[in-house]
Ligand binder design. Structure first.
Ligand SMILES: CC(C)(COP(=O)(O)OP(=O)(O)OC[C@H]1O[C@@H](n2cnc3c(N)ncnc32)[C@H](O)[C@@H]1OP(=O)(O)O)[C@@H](O)C(=O)NCCC(=O)NCCS
Length: 183
């Protein structure tokens, strides 16, 4: 029995076992602001649209999975080190993706992070960010960013993790904040 947490780095979700894959899907929907779907096909295409860039070897994105004791997956981080290169994909699905485009040069990488509801507040999110930023530094990437709602609770979480370059803009009447960290 394992009594230590571990981190799994993956380029494709196919590299994970069934339990890990299912838990990622569960955490994704638990953390999503959209909860209502007409059927499973609609839910799956929503999941696919937002994750394929990070979960398929066809695209340059990559991810880290946090496994708690006994290998129980408790959170994941998905990102890409080149947000400009990712623009053609994300512009199709997110009309707000490019509003902070001028910041992408200084902060080329971006990511999304979700921790299982029952496991939040235990520094899992902070450890995932630490692992990803170490990885980006090894690749000589100069900076990383996230975009979140300007009034989101997670804004403090990112500040605590060193994302101190903040730019606010409104997109489709939603106030957003770009938060960057120099690496
Ligand atoms: C935001 C999130 C990734 C943080 O991971 P975590 O492992 O809970 O965070 P850590 O334990 O490393 O850091 C704790 C800080 O995270 C923030 N946090 C804790 N629980 C949170 C929650 N339920 N929702 C949002 N932020 C939370 C707080 O700022 C907290 O600091 P505090 O204890 O001083 O208040 C995680 O809470 C989560 O998945 N939330 C829901 C989805 C989400 O907001 N994802 C980010 C989208 S941009």
């Amino acid at each position: 029995m394992r009594d230590m947490w571990t981190m799994t780095h993956f380029k494709s979700i196919e590299e994970l076992n069934e339990v890990q894959r299912q838990k990622i899907v569960e955490i994704f929907f638990e953390s999503s602001s959209k909860k209502d779907f007409t059927n499973e096909v609609e839910a799956f295409s929503f999941f696919y649209k937002w994750t394929v860039y990070y979960f398929s070897a066809k695209y340059p994105g990559e991810s880290f999975l946090y496994n708690g004791v006994n290998g129980n997956p408790l959170g994941y981080l998905s990102g890409t080190d080149n947000s400009l290169k990712a623009q053609p994909y994300f512009d199709q699905i997110n009309t707000c993706y490019s509003i902070f485009e001028e910041e992408f040069k200084r902060f080329p990488a971006h990511f999304h992070i979700n921790v299982a509801a029952e496991a939040r507040g235990n520094r899992i999110g902070s450890q995932l960010i630490q692992r990803y930023t170490d990885h980006l530094r090894h690749k000589n990437i100069s900076g990383v960013h996230i975009v979140t709602a300007a009034n989101a609770r997670n804004r403090d979480f990112y500040r605590q993790n060193g994302f101190i370059h903040e730019v606010e803009k409104t997109c489709r009447k939603v106030p957003l904040v770009f938060m960057g960290k120099i690496l």
